[in-house]
Write a protein that binds this ligand. Sequence first.
Ligand SMILES: [Zn+2]
Length: 75
Amino acid sequence: MELKTGDIYKCPEGHKAKIVWISEDKKVIAVRCPQRHLSKVVKVADHTKPALQHRNYPRKERKIYAENMVFLIRI
Ligand SMILES: [Zn+2]
């Protein structure tokens, strides 16, 4: 079956994403997924815990999510 832009295709995490671009040789497609994906994890100061020293708060990880990410997929 021929793929075309606007078709639904699975993103790398298995969501229903929409094809927004197809390469001329049809070997690579770009899909935009409306679901949330983990973008990166950053370390932030945890103000819910008491500081060990002045301005030295315990650290915790905060996950940053991104919506509408575009993935390039080799098919
Ligand atoms: Zn997705």
